[in-house]
Design a protein around this ligand. Structure first.
Ligand code: FAD
Length: 540
């Protein structure tokens, strides 16, 4: 029987996947209700860098940047280690340009190309060493959201930063006081908040019914068709029917320890996104008979956990991007050895953390320590401490490398040898072990004064005190879940469409599988497929 809250399309989750799906569905004429489990909208997207990676976007034309379907596909294929479904990758690339235009036409978003931001493996065929595919969503005044202004997740660190101000985007993470004041007074938010704010405004303008504190608990399946959801709104159970379809956009399962243990290919102890991402949508899809894909994968990232630093009621996982790339810093494992190019992209570093020693059957590179010296700390600051300020007390320090090694339970001879060897490479400008500084990408996040040279990332470790910070194997979000077709329709284990069920974002099997093309490698495909799923749900 129809009830007053029945709609055409139900969207579960309010990150990039859910917001774009809701926008597309509403624009197709559907009556849409969106349910968000947390008390704030935006999910991990709102606290993210907010950068989408969009090959062939029209801003490239304005700057004379050349790109092609072939290049983008060849590049993704080269990064996918044969795990990617070519049809899904093609659907992403084919929808990329239109999706950027659509978002700009439908919302207050005005993207711009982040100048010179290289792809993450720019020397692979089809890669772009000078950027052009990673977009900045710009700043958005939350004053435009009226009463919803306080109902969107906000990053304490990056809310008022543009991506180019952040360490992820090659900045320092700090604003000059005048700019900071101006942005705070006008509630101008950038990064992920700058991405979700304009879409939320467009949804409000279109009359989409937005609900927070609204956790979907199960799908309603009638006559073989997904026809609605059971949802707990402010603790009150309800059944809501969807005449056309339900879009799962509930994010990954990174905060569900059982699912993490069951599925991920290696240790992941430090999720960086919102803690409400507990795999609810994945479990609902499994109960509905969905086929699963890409389950062992996540968007990997090394993190640092600062004691007492809490976000959304949980220990915050701080991404380590700049600190591991700056001159005068290296990673070592528990044996005191370097094991990777520290400046390579964060997603690729997951592989280094998952390396298993078959003899003693342990993870070779966990624990991992970031080691840096006094010059590095003084010049660049560290983990929230601006340059020139005293380094925070929680960071382990010692007057010599040997003494530091003893404090972190690493062989002192080995650590000394590792640092000597590193300093030798630095003197010759050539990291013979791991090639740090060779790729255009390695030179991006380091010292901006030397941006396009190896000096941006190679520097000696030779000035006391010596510092060590424990680094964790973390994730931006998992990337496996129900398989969909190229329109975002969820497939069952026979490959048939499950009528009425759609999925987009980290809840679903990522269209690019393990390929992370460049900054925005998750949000780009998520927004393209969010649009597909919302359109299909409204029009099928
Ligand atoms: C610090 C940080 C920086 C990042 N920077 C970038 C970047 O610049 N570019 C990039 O491409 N990627 C970035 N990422 C990754 C990116 O944020 C995620 O991949 C992306 O936001 C996932 O979008 P989503 O819509 O799938 O999920 P989310 O944005 O996480 O949204 C999922 C939502 O679903 C809700 N939900 C969960 N269960 C239920 C339920 N049962 N009922 C209703 N709602 C539910 C959750 O509460 C959540 O709000 C970053 C991540 C982090 C943590």
């Amino acid at each position: 029987m129809a009830s007053s809250n029945d709609v055409d399309v139900i969207v579960l989750g309010s990150g990039a996947g859910g917001l774009t799906a809701a926008l597309a569905a509403a624009q197709s004429g559907a009556r849409v209700a969106l349910y968000e489990k947390a008390d704030l909208l935006g999910g991990s997207t709102a606290i993210s860098g907010g950068v989408p990676w969009m090959p062939l976007n029209h801003h490239q034309d304005e700057l004379g940047i050349e790109d092609s379907r072939d290049e983008a596909l060849t590049y993704l294929k080269a990064l996918s280690l044969d795990r990617m479904d070519p049809a899904m990758a093609e659907a992403f690339i084919d929808g990329s340009r239109d999706t950027v235009k659509w978002l700009e036409d439908s919302t207050d978003l005005e993207f711009s190309i982040i100048p010179m931001y290289p792809d993450y493996h720019p020397e692979h065929p089809g890669g772009k060493p000078h950027g052009g595919r990673s977009l900045d969503p710009g700043l958005f005044s939350y004053d435009k959201l009226g009463e919803w202004k306080t109902k969107v997740a906000k990053s304490r660190r990056s809310a008022h930063l543009k991506i180019t101000d952040t360490t992820l985007g090659g900045g320092t993470g700090f604003l000059d006081p005048e700019t900071q004041k101006h942005r705070e007074e006008n509630d101008l938010r950038g990064c992920g908040a700058g991405l979700v704010g304009p879409i939320i405004k467009a949804l409000l303008d279109l009359g989409v019914n937005l609900n927070v504190n609204a956790q979907a608990t199960d799908l309603l399946i009638e006559d073989g068709r997904v026809s609605g959801v059971r949802v707990s709104v402010d603790g009150v159970e309800q059944t809501v029917r969807a005449r056309k379809g339900v879009v799962l956009a509930t994010g990954g399962f990174e905060w569900n320890p059982d699912l993490v243990r069951s599925f991920l290919r290696g240790p992941m102890t430090s999720p960086a996104g919102v803690p409400t991402n507990t795999g609810d949508g994945l479990l609902m899809a499994m109960r509905a008979g969905a086929s699963l894909g890409n389950m062992a994968q996540a968007w990997w990232v090394p993190t640092v956990e600062i004691p007492g630093d809490v976000a959304f009621g949980q220990q915050r996982a701080n991404l380590v991007n700049r600190e591991r790339t700056l001159p005068g810093s290296i990673f070592v494992n528990g044996k005191g050895k370097r094991f990777t190019n520290e400046a390579s992209n964060y997603n690729a570093l997951g592989g280094a953390f998952h390396q298993l020693d078959s003899t003693d059957f342990s993870y070779v590179n966990l624990p991992c320590w970031l080691i840096f010296d006094g010059r590095n700390a003084r010049t660049y600051g560290s983990f929230g401490t601006p340059p020139g300020q005293p380094i925070a007390d929680w960071i382990t320090r010692a007057p010599s490398a040997r003494a530091l090694a003893e404090k972190i339970d690493v062989d002192p001879d080995e650590l000394e040898h590792t640092i000597d060897r590193w300093n030798g490479f630095v003197a010759r400008g050539d990291d013979k072990d791991f090639g740090r500084g060779k790729s255009a990408y390695d030179r991006w996040s380091g010292d901006g004064n030397y941006r396009f040279t190896v000096e941006s990332t190679l520097g000696p470790i030779d000035e006391a005190p010596f510092y060590a910070v424990r680094v964790h194997s973390g994730t931006l979000g998992t990337s496996g879940g129900p398989r969909t077709d190229t329109r975002g329709r969820v497939l069952d284990t026979t490959g048939a469409v499950i009528p009425g069920l759609y999925a987009a974002g980290n809840v679903a099997a990522a269209p690019t599988a393990m390929a992370y093309g460049g900054a925005g490698g998750t949000l780009g495909p998520i927004m393209v497929f969010g649009r597909y799923a919302g359109t299909a749900a409204a029009t099928d």
